[in-house]
Write a protein that binds this ligand. Structure first.
Ligand code: AVJ
Length: 357
């Protein structure tokens, strides 16, 4: 295994060492392979969640951030979505990774440190880890249960891999658990999760990633393509109602965590393609005039009024390149499936980037 440590080998990750004892939330995990996993907890606090929910519901057009979907139940429901016949993105991206994983690994540079944002599906990362064989894997995910379960499974599957798992909301700055001497950082941002961000926020996030990777660093990013609205409609309005349950689970979560009294039968899942904004929007629409209490505050809803819970932007290849370029990335290569539904881009932090402030 390539050593990417400045001073000492990767195998030496005991908790008594000053370097690995960083962060108040850092801890070893139990179970087999535990010595190679370290867990860093920057999970949003209940107060953070409360503030975001109350602020979102107080807007003239009510909205809630999609990152709140991913509590334990929400993460399970999302996994179920990825297996639905109508939901093409996950299996399409997995197909692209299977077909081109070794080319992607060539681009990223083998033996590096791989950072993954939103490490939901462990199948995708397994394909990439097999091709890339990095020394260190740094998954970042807001769902603690998902993160732990997948880190443990990967530690068993990849016995030479060191794992630094960070439970964090990557939409705001946080400290990645990296050592100063680690070189050749690469990032993987799968699933078209970038689509959850409005373009300005997407640029901001990608700019943060670019500056963290440094000049020449590479980002492999999955981006869902703009396509026939009928295909999009089916993907977000599945016949089994799993997407509806995923959307409504947000209200279940608020009821539980913030002492809310949302009546689930009084809200309806809606999802449609907004062509002008090039995004699928998900909403929870009030079926009646009603008042709802959350954390001691009362919010009024008119019949037909919605809470906008998610945007999922769909990009043409050129549109995404221009967004990435605004964030300091040059496009190196794009891979796509036969049906032209989904893309995986390899982006490179433009050479002059490290000169900029
Ligand atoms: C995980 C954000 C990429 O936007 O397609 C799936 C989430 N929402 N079905 C998406 C989601 C409804 C998904 N992302």
């Amino acid at each position: 295994m390539t050593s990417i440590w400045a001073a000492r080998p990767l195998a030496d990750s005991d908790s008594t060492s000053p370097e690995t004892g960083v962060g108040p939330g850092s801890s070893d995990l139990g179970g087999r392979g535990a010595e190679r996993i370290r867990f860093y907890d920057y999970h949003p606090t209940p107060a953070d969640v409360r503030a975001e929910v109350l602020q979102g519901l107080a807007q003239p057009v009510k909205r809630l951030p999609p990152k709140l979907f991913y509590d334990r139940r929400g993460s399970q429901l999302f996994d179920a979505i990825t297996e639905l016949p109508e939901y093409y993105p996950t299996r399409t991206e997995i197909g692209i990774l299977r077909d081109h994983g070794s080319e992607m690994a060539d681009r990223l540079g083998r033996g590096s440190v791989l950072i993954e944002l939103g490490s939901g599906s462990s199948l995708k990362i397994q394909i990439l880890l097999s091709a890339l064989n990095p020394a260190v894997y740094v998954p970042v995910d807001i769902s603690k249960e998902h993160l732990l379960a997948s880190a443990r499974a990967l530690a068993e599957r990849f016995p030479d891999l060191s794992i630094r798992a960070a439970c964090a909301d990557y939409s705001t700055p946080f400290d990645l658990p990296l050592e100063p001497g680690w070189q050749n950082l690469a990032a993987f941002f799968p699933g078209s999760s970038i689509g959850n961000f409005d373009p300005d926020d997407a640029r901001r996030l990608l700019r943060r990633v670019a500056s963290r990777l440094g000049g020449g660093g590479r980002l492999l990013i999955g981006v869902d393509l703009r396509k026939d609205p009928a295909i999009l409609h089916a993907a977000y309005n599945d016949s089994q109602g799993v997407t509806a349950a995923f959307n409504l689970n947000l209200l279940v979560r608020i009821n539980r965590e913030l002492d809310g009294d949302f009546d689930l039968d009084a809200f309806e899942h809606q999802a449609y393609f907004n062509a002008r904004e090039s995004r699928v929007e998900m909403h929870l629409v009030s079926r009646v005039d009603q008042e709802v209490e959350v954390a001691g505050e009362v919010f009024g809803f008119r019949r037909g009024e919605s809470i906008h819970t998610e945007s999922s932007y769909k990009y043409g290849i050129a549109d995404f390149h221009s967004l990435a370029s605004d964030a300091g990335f040059a496009s190196e290569q794009v891979w796509m499936d036969q049906e032209q539904r989904f893309t995986v881009h390899c982006l490179r932090v433009a050479g002059t980037w490290s000169q900029r402030l």
